[in-house]
Design a protein around this ligand. Structure first.
Ligand SMILES: Nc1ncnc2c1ncn2[C@@H]1O[C@H](COP(=O)(O)OP(=O)(O)O)[C@@H](O)[C@H]1O
Ligand SMILES: Cc1ncc(COP(=O)(O)OP(=O)(O)O)c(N)n1
Length: 269
């Protein structure tokens, strides 16, 4: 059985963060484990508070897992403070044979709540980008890290090149925030690939970035090569968005178990 570890924040309504990651791991056939970096009070309408976990407990969770278990893939999501980022980086750097790390550099939620402290961007860039096999910024995150405005596919490609120079082996700039087709740009230091997708007309997109990065981490944990892992992850998130559903009063979550539900007769088609 392959496994994957998410290092991220908790979303109390279960649409994003650790909860989305674990669902995506299961649905993509790997055993999921978690290191919680922060707890958010969050629902489909917004984020109402954050409690960061102490650096000691973040390190303790990582050490407990790696002292005991061979980890096959890692996804890193929300790590909101400088001390938390350093705790994650220091713990991971100690590990002799690190599995592939997929970093989703989470900065702001869809509801515009800051999930990364304003002073922590530089530390995130310096400490976590060089450790990453793949980073998956959305357009606002890629703009913040590179300091460039991104309005079209050519801008996404230019940003991917600049992000690559900061240390990750591969870059996926996600196009969910542009108008038109949901095209993501993958760059592996030599070639660009346009990972194309139809834009699905729905408001229920809470946790799309978490879902995609976790599905890719699961695919890498299973031994897929990187472009296949990204392409299959993109197919997975598209289906999870298509089957996204109303929950609460706001932006509903992606659906991770549509295939199980369909087979059980709970979901049509
Ligand atoms: N309405 C949509 N229809 C289809 N794909 C989408 C839609 N919105 C986002 N995506 C895709 O979901 C993934 C997550 O992208 P994005 O929403 O940009 O990330 P984030 O959640 O980090 O802001 C990307 O592959 C993106 O292309
Ligand atoms: C705890 C936590 N982590 C990450 C996010 C952002 O996730 P994302 O997939 O980008 O989803 P949206 O917030 O954009 O819907 C989060 N909200 N909470």
């Amino acid at each position: 059985m392959f496994n994957a570890l998410t290092i991220a924040g908790s979303d109390s309504c279960g649409g994003a963060g650790i909860q989305a990651d674990l669902k995506a791991f299961s649905a993509n056939g790997v055993y999921g484990m978690s290191v919680i970096t922060a707890v958010t009070a969050q629902n489909t309408m917004g984020v109402f508070g954050i409690q960061d976990i102490s650096p000691e407990i973040i390190k303790g969770q990582i050490d407990a897992i790696f002292d005991d278990i061979e980890v096959h893939g890692i996804k890193i999501g929300m790590v909101s403070k400088i001390e938390s980022i350093k705790a994650v980086a220091q713990s991971l750097e100690k590990i002799k044979k690190l599995p592939y790390i997929v970093l989703d550099p989470v900065m702001v939620s869809k509801s515009r709540f800051k999930l990364l402290s304003e002073d922590a961007t530089k530390t995130l860039i310096e400490e976590l980008l060089p450790l990453s096999f793949l980073i998956t910024p959305n357009i606002p995150e890629a703009e913040e890290i590179t300091g460039r405005k991104i309005s079209n596919i050519d801008d996404m490609k230019q940003a991917a090149k600049e992000l690559h120079k900061m240390g990750p082996k591969n870059v996926l700039v996600k196009g969910g925030h542009l108008n038109g087709p949901a095209t993501d740009i993958f760059y592996d230091s030599v070639n660009f690939s346009e990972i194309k997708g139809e834009r699905i007309d729905t408001i229920h997109t809470h946790g799309t970035g978490c879902t995609l990065s976790s599905a890719i981490a699961a695919n890498l944990a299973k031994g897929m090569e990187v472009l296949s892992a990204v392409t299959m992850g993109k197919n997975y998130v598209a289906k999870a968005i298509e089957k996204g559903f109303k929950l609460g009063k706001g932006v509903g979550p992606t659906h991770h178990f549509y295939e199980l539900y369909r087979k059980a007769g709970i979901l049509d088609e």
